[in-house]
Each structure stands twice: as C-alpha cells, then as structure tokens.
Design a protein around this ligand. Sequence first.
Ligand code: CA
Length: 224
Amino acid sequence: MIYMLEDESGIRNFVLYALNNSGFEAVGFETPSEFYKAMAERIPDLLLLDIMLPEESGITVLKKLRSEKATKKLPVILLTAKSTEFDKVTGLDSGADDYISKPFGTMELISRIKALLRRSYDNDNSDNIAIKNLVIYPLKHEVYFQGNKITLTLKEYELLLILAKNRGRVFSRDELLQYVWGYDFKGESRTVDVHIRTLRSKLGSDCELIETIRGVGYKIGDAK
Ligand code: CA
C-alpha cells in the first residue's frame, strides 16, 4: 500500500491512476489531518509526500513521522516544486529517503518507488532469519527447514526471503511479481503460484509455513 499526501488534486489523481495501473495499491490524501487519520488505521509501505500543504508543511509531517517508533523507517519520497539545492538538502536532512521535483514523469516516479521498496524490503541483509522451523542465512544464501538444508532456485529463494524478512505482512501476487521478478505486467500471477507450490513441496508436504491469504496473496508468520 502506498499513501500520497498532496493537496493538488490534479497531480494526486494522475499519480494514483498511474500507480494503480502499475499494480500498486495507492490511496491519496489532501490534508495532513486526513492523512494522520488513515495512518492511525494502517501504516503504508511507502509515502509520497508533498512539501507545500495546507495545515502544515510536508517537512513538519516528515519530522513527526521520524519521531514515532512505528514510522521511523517508513520509506518516504518527497514530491515538490521546490528544486533548489537548498531545499533538496533540507528535505533529505529531515529524513526523506528520496526526492523528486515537479514536474516529474510517472515512469521515473514508479522506478524510484520500486527501488526504494526493494531497498526497504532488503535491509538488514546480514541478519539471519529464523521463523518457526525455518532458518535463512542471507549472506550464505542458505536455507534450512526442520534442520535440513533446502536447495532452492534463485527465484524460489528470493520469494521465500522477501516473505520471511517481512514476517506477518501479506504480499499480493502482483507485489511479489514486481519485487522478485521485476515485472510490471498483470495477469501473470500464476508464475507466483507455481513458485509457491514448488517452494512448499521442497519444504515438505506438511509445510504450513507459507500461508495463503484467500483473495489477497501470501505471507509467512505473524508480525513480531
Ligand atoms: Ca502542494
């Protein structure tokens, strides 16, 4: 889920339309108060944040997010008409992960979003992951399940890793396609299902590690 806080409805609608068409779930907000209300319900995977807003500036919103434990690491891309070097530095100093100046093309925006999401899903690459009977050693690319070493193809491994690193988070098939295969196209979700099936069979027929969330996608474990 991507949130966008932008008061100009033209830009907001245009970007939301492009994101939805690229397989992202995205919701827009006109004012910080609307945005905070939604944040209390659900924290997104990434935020597109305008700087010049009613009520308070995007920089103030960003500082608030960074001071809260739950949103300290929320990936944020600042969108703004201000493009001087000074503003760029101010934005990044206040904790933005990336910065894009208006006017921007949706292709560029989407590729920055993907890069940032990939970075955020991939962080802490050195830590071993242990969930139930599964242990992954990312540095060695090794997977053990119930004490047995499991040999996986690269895609199976990446699929397992992204689910395990984000335990408890449900990924849609489209999201998995994008992050593991880098594909944009819809209608290929069968690719994901096929790989999940082979993963499960390699982990063992009684494997309930990877859960199917009906009508949505897949997840591993419960959030910590
Ligand atoms: Ca604005």
